[in-house]
Design a protein around this ligand. Sequence first.
Ligand code: DX5
Ligand code: ZN
Length: 223
Amino acid sequence: MKTSVRERLLAPSVLSADFASLGEAVARVAPYSGLLHVDVMDGHFVPNITLGPVVVAGLKRATKLPLDCHLMIEAPDRYLADFAKAGATCLSVHQEACPHLHRTIQRIREEGMRPGVALNPATPIETLEEILECLDFVLIMSVNPGFGGQKFIPSSLDKVKRLRAMIEAGGWNASIEVDGGVNEKTIPSLLKAGADWFVAGSAIFGAPDPAAEARRFEEMLHG
Ligand code: DX5
Ligand code: ZN
């Protein structure tokens, strides 16, 4: 896959939205979004527990946005089919959670989803060298996974830059997604570093007017 054009997309993360009215929260930001980021946590791979395929299926009914499911769970292979059935469009698994990453990625594609691999801040991009050609995207964690509202880790910028260079050098097609501490301050340098997809949770849903904030971010990506 070396043909598709790189797209800059805003991906609001529902983790910071009001779960009592999730459908409405999503509808407000949808006009300015390219993806909806959905954080799945199991209390083992990360210390927090969030949601599973049932909520993903609910979101699928609530919005037309492609659902970008980020699995922060151990042994994700057990649930790939469930997320496909629930309506996930993009599915990322953590490199640190997958001993047979190549097989896992093939299975995600066979299930009809776009495969991605997420990297914790301490995991080098070189661990993806052999799998990059099979990926639709790489998710660079710019905070330690588990919670919204954390501070952006500055060295993530250089990581994005080096990953961009690695993708270009190989002629691959993977998009670069950044997740954690993405806001008006970090977006400009992330754009320069070569990021494509921008996940933002607390910066959007924690703002007094989430729609206005999403719009502002969307303008920064395309302005
Ligand atoms: C954290 C999650 C993120 C989270 C980002 O483990 O993967 O998607 O929602 O939240 P903010 O944008 O608040 O850093
Ligand atoms: Zn995430």
